[in-house]
Ligand binder design. Sequence first.
Ligand SMILES: [Zn+2]
Ligand SMILES: [Zn+2]
Length: 812
Amino acid sequence: MKYVPGKVEKKWRDDWRERYLFKTKSKPKRKFYNLVMFAYPSGDIHMGTGRNYVIGDVYARYKMRRGYDVLHPFGWDAFGLPAENRAIEVGVHPEKWTIENIRISDESLKLLGISYDWDREIITCMPDYYKWTQWMFLLLYKRGLAYKKEAYVNWCPDCNTVLANEQVSEGKCYRCDAFVEKRKLNQWFFKITAYAERLLNDLDKLTGWTDNVKLIQRNWIGRSEGCDIIFTVVDTNIELNVFTTRPDTIYGVTFMSIAPEHPLVDEIIHGSENESKVRAYIKEATKKSDIERIEKEKDGVFTGCYAVNPLNNEKVPIFVADYVLLEYGSGVVMGVPAHDERDFQFARTYDLPIRVVIKPPDTTLEPAKMEHAYEDPGIMVNSGEFTDMPSEKGSEAVTQFLAGKKRGGPTVKNRLKDWLISRQRYWGAPIPMIYCDACGMVPVPEQDLPVLLPKDIKDFVPKGKSPLAAAASFINTTCPTCGAAAKRDADTMDTFVCSSWYFLRYLDPHNNEEFCSKKNADIWLPIDQYIGGSSEHATGHLIYFRFFTKVLYDAGYISVDEPTTNLFNLGMVLKDGQKMSKSKGNLVRISDFVKKHSADAARLTIIFAAPPEREMEWSDDGVVGAERLINRIYRLFVDNIDAVVHEKPKTIPKEDENVYIKTNQIIAKVTTDLESFKFNTAIAALWELLNELYACPTKGPVFGYGMHALMQLLAPFAPYLADELWSLAGGTGSLVEQDWITYDKEYLQDTVKTIVIQINGKVRSHLAMTGAVTEEKTKELALQDEKIKRHLQNKQIKKIIYVPEKILNIVV
Ligand SMILES: [Zn+2]
Ligand SMILES: [Zn+2]
């Protein structure tokens, strides 16, 4: 009887659906929230993303069988640029394109047999979801964590929108790789910096995250301790705040450099004779990417103005220089050429004085002869009352002195910047803000949410501002406070806002009154296991969703201040050495693959190819092994179905002892492998058990129980075949409803059987064998034995006599 997977899989898929097998219990006894990162609907799902869902499903099915009430939901991160760009290209509405992709992908996930509770599916572009994204915005606004300001921001010229710092990598747009420019715009920010300290400290609570992801976050938040020093611009009240980690070099300052985007530049240069020259320089500088600015030769332009050093009251020239970035420190640098290499190069270019104020312990420095800055600590010289102090002590003394004079003092800076969330694009959640001439900025009242995204937009092409700005029916409204004519915010929110709280909506997806009831949040939080790609999310989503969790915790809506302590990082899927993705055109569609082979074969191919945390190189040949495993298991069962027994054998006959031990060892191995996501080695163990059973000399209860164990262990990985075997062997329902199989602790140690190998009746070697000892296996091993091989050289084997489990005699 041949295995016909298509028919079998359909039967079980229908059975699981009809019996609501994966419906979440509303009152779980032992909850387990198993969450795989939701997906962007850019087309049908393929093996690249499908791997995540298969791995998440294996884990969920295993937990169900360990007595947990599992919540295993899925949803779609459905706003964003690809849908909109597609709309511009081919004229289909982004919503139509998105919903169609979701429909196709849902079907593929169902084909694969992923155990989602589909009643909880969420789609972020639907009003019943983005209503609550807007509500979150208002919550942050009420708590002083959302603000609007005019600032230079990252602008992607290709995507025609601004980007958050987290979306710029090495000066390039995370989506399209275009070099990012700077533009001055009035934009909404979330004040994530207010949580920098907690985001950093609480990394210690995340015991189930890898050190690597935590380190990336630590570096991204980038705490550094230092000193603020306030310089004054000559003949003005303008104060320039400098952040430095080397206050001991303050007497060596011979110039100041200020970032072109610094908000005080305008005021400083206003009316100065160099004003037009400086403005031209700034215009050029803002077109460059950060990386270009840092890597090129340092240049700048003199403003014609001077600043006063608060320690020695010296006047030093102020330059605007684009190697200074507003994002780092304070956007103002005190130029200490003798002790900072960048400043050294700059001083040489502009012929500025180089003054040594730190002396190496064993020698002296002469500015004219220096080829590089001396950046190490040393002894302070030429430093007034601080002279002769060692750097470290001097730094503290200078900091205290400045604090005493109210010209600065100790401070901590984080590299993390506030999160820019406005986007000048159509396909996103509208920002719920109204601008009234009389009342100013007025938040949309909660009862008026959602602010619906208008559907009757024809032209999605962004022209430097949101397409919504031109939609009269949307943009014109009335002021909620005074009733006068007013305008809505034309921008939409960064899609990373939608994904910062999605894990909460699953807990209560149909609630019309709240984003999630406190009761449900208390039942299900925190996420017990979060699964997903993480290297690319470490400085984005994984920081944002921690931030949102803390805000909601502070506001009393939830009782946990970290979303999850367990994060499993999945590796990427490559094909022909490249990441599997639509743009590379190297996709293997799940639905095609399942139709050609089977869902179980697809699952086993994915799982067996590589450890889940590692990159996996997709090969179509992988399916050959998977199908062989499926067919061999099926054949074993069809041929021996009457032998299957579901209870542990009461007595273990001597001749079956090794098979029984092997069975227990493999139950133990697969169980620990499942706990620790070592799914590929679990499959290898199933092969081993299968071979053991094929070689089993008897077909008694030990053999029958081994078959029972095999299908039990197979179930999380290949659930269709396992349920089919279960039913053939007289089981009812699905294996997912059965308790996980346990092993016999007494039978985990191998018993070793020694077989004597003779040639013509003379003892020539011994074999130490474990597992099932069969004539075939003994012969095979004997003929591979080095000693036997030596004795058999140039000899013809006439016959082989086998005394079960004792002697093998080779007659030559
Ligand atoms: Zn871009
Ligand atoms: Zn008003």
